[in-house]
Each structure stands twice: as structure tokens, then as C-alpha cells.
Design a protein around this ligand. Structure first.
Ligand SMILES: [Zn+2]
Length: 198
């Protein structure tokens, strides 16, 4: 009996060791990963989401329609106050948004109206990114988003409603790791249950 337990433990360890090398490429469409931290007045939210769940493709945009799909998705992600609904009494406001993806130029991911000469720069950058993309054409691609909020009354902050599912319907699950004054641990959000509580 003792022997068998030890053997199972070895199997589990082997599985855990094998997982990380595989994990990077094999993201699961429909599932995003989020880190939430609340420290003092600052709330930081990081999200890693399959590009396919935002734009329906996972490569550098090649047509005007694909560029528009990227710009539309980026515009929604920049609208931080709509994506994350804080309790009014906590008095939180968006401070910073940053978006990044290995297959998309920074210009395409910029906030709407942020760069007046984006078209010119975008064309040059697109070519460069496209070259990179050809090397990784078989792989999945993610988008990494980071939002920072400042709350005047952080002690009133005990939950956040996550609105991502409303705007990106192919997203079905967000696995959350959170560190807040009241809780450290994991949570799972779905379209039916999209409020983080602590
Ligand atoms: Zn993928």
C-alpha cells in the first residue's frame, strides 16, 4: 500500500515536470489566464488570452478586414472602465492600459486616436512583424493585456465584475490567480459567473 502511494506520487511529479514545456504553445481556445493584485490603492490586472478569442485568427493581420478586427478588439480592451466594473464606493479609475502580442504591431494595438501618424508607421512595422510571423506560422499566439486602476477607497473594494465575456463571446473561462488584502488564491470565471469576490 505504502509502495503504491509512493509510485503514484512519482507519476504526479513526472506529469507536473512535463507540463510547463508543453504549456506555452498549447493554449486552449476559450480559456484566458488572469492575475489580479490589490495593493494599497493600486489594482493591477494582467490577462493572457488566445488571440483567436479576440479576433478569430492568430496571425499578423494580412487584410484590411483583419486589421480592422485587431483595431476593434484593441479599442474594447483599452476601454478599461467598461471591462472591469468596480463598486462605486471604492472610487476606482483606470490609470494605464498596455497591450502586447508577438504577432501584432504596437500601432495596431494602440488606444484609438493615440497615434495620428499610425498608418505610416504601421505599414513599416507590419512588414517587420509579418517577417517574424512567417517563422512562427504553425504556432498559437496570445495577447497580453495589463490594466492598472487607482482606487481612492480601496477598503471598500471587495469585488470586481469582469465584463470580458460580453465583448468576446468565444471566451468561455478565465482562470484567475489573485492576491488581495482578504484573499490569496485561485478563482474561475465563466460567462454565467463573472464576478471576482474576496
Ligand atoms: Zn491558438
Amino acid at each position: 500500500m505504502k509502495h503504491r502511494k509512493a509510485f503514484i506520487r512519482i507519476l504526479v511529479c513526472a506529469a507536473l515536470l512535463a507540463a510547463p514545456a508543453y504549456a506555452h504553445k498549447a493554449h486552449e481556445h476559450g480559456t484566458a489566464h488572469m492575475n489580479l493584485s490589490v495593493e494599497g490603492q493600486e489594482v493591477e490586472i494582467d490577462l493572457e488570452v488566445p488571440l483567436a478569442d479576440l479576433t478569430a485568427f492568430e496571425h499578423a493581420p494580412e487584410t484590411d478586414a483583419e486589421e480592422k478586427a485587431v483595431r476593434d478588439a484593441a479599442a474594447i480592451l483599452h476601454d478599461a472602465g467598461k471591462l472591469f466594473i468596480f463598486p462605486v464606493e471604492a472610487a476606482c479609475r483606470p490609470e494605464k492600459v498596455s497591450l502586447e502580442s508577438e504577432v501584432i504591431s504596437i500601432e495596431l494595438l494602440a488606444a484609438p486616436g493615440a497615434h495620428k501618424d499610425a498608418a505610416k508607421h504601421g505599414a513599416a512595422e507590419k512588414k517587420e512583424v509579418h517577417g517574424k510571423h512567417e517563422k512562427v506560422v504553425e504556432e498559437h499566439a496570445d495577447l497580453d493585456a495589463e490594466w492598472t486602476f487607482i482606487c481612492r477607497n480601496p477598503e471598500k473594494l471587495r469585488h470586481i465584475e469582469v465584463g470580458l465575456f460580453k465583448y468576446f463571446p468565444s471566451l468561455q473561462e478565465i482562470e484567475v490567480q489573485m492576491v488581495t488584502p482578504g484573499k490569496q488564491g485561485a478563482a474561475e470565471l465563466t460567462p454565467q459567473s463573472a464576478v471576482l469576490r474576496w
